[in-house]
Design a protein around this ligand. Structure first.
Ligand code: SAM
Length: 320
């Protein structure tokens, strides 16, 4: 990079960091709090007036956090009968219609959540986001959209939670029609693969929540290796079937997923991880329990041929 370009870049980064620090001080959010998932939602009144569209630059937050950490203290309903939280999220929907039917898991800045709410006003869409400030941005964005468009966007909201831990505390069995996993954190290192939000283990939980036959699970990423992981994990799960290209074309949500999330737009603009702007995706259907192959430990802990050989030789040695 030429020297003048490099110093301009450094100056820009410094300005950005200062802006963020000032905003954090105004909000009373320290760096430590940013990572501490137990902290209550910070007041953002100092930078965004009530009903005003928030500016993303004030709500940026360090990208990666550990979703498997045991030191979070996210709150969740003590039982599924406790539905008070739904009133807070969907105050203007009739009481019987407040149950989320679509989840945008790891919704980031909420592009897909609000796009789906507009496209499908009869559905109830909930974005789930683990990061405090990012969740706060989406909350303010939805408030502003509701104010600007009376009667619209009442069917969407955002919840700060860890999607990898607490979903069955919020949503009953077979209550969801769609779950979206858009541009999830890739967790490249092998030792961190357990942090991936789509995995064989978690797919059982997602299958429990999705309505058989109707329920669909959507995965999209710009990281080829992660896409291959998604295919491997979902193909291996006995309660999911991958949709054909035509079935995906006929699904109105697929195009929205490809174009409307913030990450999707970034990949279109700047090429993403693969540098070519490719977005790899696949949709899976939750198949009915009756037609599903019998579930046994081998579905979840497939034994490789090397492991089989090793087991056999250990058994032979033990028998001698
Ligand atoms: N889906 C959005 C998009 O396409 O623009 C955001 C993608 S961003 C790369 C991944 C998001 O998932 C981040 O905002 C991150 O904070 C969030 N996230 C990661 N793990 C999560 C978890 N276990 N529960 C909820 N959100 C999570």
């Amino acid at each position: 990079m030429p020297l003048n370009k490099a110093s301009a870049y450094i100056a820009k980064q410094k300005r950005r960091a200062e802006e963020c620090n000032t905003m954090n001080q105004e909000q009373g959010v320290s760096d430590r709090q940013e990572d501490d998932t137990s902290q209550p939602i910070a007041s953002s009144a100092a930078i965004t007036q009530h009903g005003e569209m928030p500016q993303k630059k004030f709500y940026r937050q360090r990208a990666h956090c550990n979703p498997l950490a045991h030191n979070d203290s996210f709150q969740y309903p003590s039982s599924l009968q406790d539905t008070a939280w739904l009133e807070e999220h969907f105050p203007n929907l009739p009481e019987g219609q407040r149950h989320p039917t679509f989840l945008d898991c790891g919704c980031g800045f909420g592009g897909l959540t609000v796009a789906l709410a507009k496209l499908l006003p009869e559905e109830v869409i909930l974005g789930l986001e683990i990061r405090l400030k990012v969740k706060e941005y989406v909350r303010l964005r939805i408030m502003a959209l509701r104010q600007e468009n009376p009667g619209q966007y009442e069917n969407c909201s955002v919840l700060r939670t860890n999607s990898m831990k607490y979903l069955p505390n919020f949503f009953p069995k077979a209550s969801l029609r769609k779950m979206f996993f858009c541009f999830p954190d890739p967790h490249f290192k092998r030792k961190n693969h357990a942090r991936r939000i789509v995995s064989l283990r978690l797919l059982s939980e997602y299958a429990y929540l999705l309505q058989p036959t109707v329920g669909r699970l959507y995965c999209i990423t710009d990281v080829k290796e992660l896409h291959e992981w998604h295919l491997r994990e979902c193909d291996a799960h006995p309660l999911f079937r991958n949709l054909s290209v035509q079935e995906m074309k006929d699904d109105i949500c697929v195009e929205t997923m490809i174009n409307e999330t913030e990450e999707a737009k970034k990949v279109t603009r700047s090429g993403g991880d693969n540098k070519r702007g490719e977005k790899y995706y696949q949709v899976y259907e939750r198949i009915p329990d009756e037609g599903a192959p019998k579930i046994h430990a081998g579905n979840f802990f497939p034994v490789t041929s090397e492991e089989e050989d090793a087991n056999r030789s250990t058994a032979e040695t033990d028998n001698k």
